[in-house]
Ligand binder design. Structure first.
Ligand code: GSY
Length: 168
């Protein structure tokens, strides 16, 4: 049997009940993809790519998985579909996005999957939650830690800890 790989995922939502969508996604991934061994705080983040849309909630997860990268991608896509995700437009609003940021030290370049995520170093909304749970993790292609990449990240869009919506 193969040994477990630690994969890092980024959850994102900017449509519907974002907190519940992220919570349900964590539970589904824990049931279908592997043990969630670390989870960042939730962050409210300005939309990147197309800025005329509602803010996202983002969260990074570390998952210990026995799945191959392709199998993990399939579980991520199923989790998105179960959250009612529709792929209407690139960079449009979505109930749930589950991106594979890293799959152990692997570098994968396939038509349907590029790992490390090709825009990780450009996106504060991904780097900040990831650096919270794995600051010393080294990017396998760039050779810098997540803390270093965050310090060098040019993305000006705000990323703030989510403090809730004030509803008790
Ligand atoms: O690629 C992930 C989906 N996404 C996000 C996101 O998760 N957070 C923020 N802040 N902007 C985004 N733009 C896209 S596309």
């Amino acid at each position: 049997m193969s040994s477990p790989v630690t994969a890092y995922l980024l959850l994102g939502s900017n449509l519907g009940n974002r907190v519940a969508l992220l919570r349900d996604a964590r539970a589904r991934l824990a049931a279908t993809a592997g043990q969630v061994v670390a989870a960042s705080a939730l962050y409210e983040t300005a939309a990147w790519g197309r800025e005329d849309q509602p803010a996202f909630l983002n969260q990074a997860l570390a998952i210990e998985t026995l799945l191959s990268a392709g199998e993990l991608l399939a579980r991520c896509l199923t989790t998105e579909q179960q959250a009612g995700r529709e792929r209407l437009e690139r960079w449009g609003s979505r109930t749930l996005d589950v991106d594979i940021l890293l799959y152990g030290p692997a570098i994968i370049d396939q038509p349907d999957l590029t790992v490390p995520h090709p825009r990780l170093a450009e996106r504060r909304f991904a780097l900040l939650p990831l650096a919270e749970i794995a600051p010393q993790l080294v990017h396998p292609a760039l050779g810098l830690t997540m803390a270093d990449l965050l310090a060098r990240c040019p993305d000006p869009l705000p990323v703030r800890p989510w403090l809730g919506d004030g509803v008790l």
